[in-house]
Design a protein around this ligand. Sequence first.
Ligand SMILES: [Zn+2]
Ligand SMILES: [Zn+2]
Length: 74
Amino acid sequence: MFPSVCESARPYLRVGIWTEPSPRFCPNGHRLGAGRAMVAAMPCRRVGGHHRAHTCLACGATTYSPPAHNDCEH
Ligand SMILES: [Zn+2]
Ligand SMILES: [Zn+2]
């Protein structure tokens, strides 16, 4: 296992606090961060809260945190 893989596999939730890490890379490998991604919140009953949607400004790909499911209700 590579250290970077372990770090990206951290659990999304810790002890009831919204501390899930933001995605660091879009699906196409661009780095996400300040000035590199648009962040939006999408309310979701499936996850009991909302997803944060990070849209890569380089290619337009959107990453959901926590990940969206096929049976999501949006
Ligand atoms: Zn991208
Ligand atoms: Zn959802």
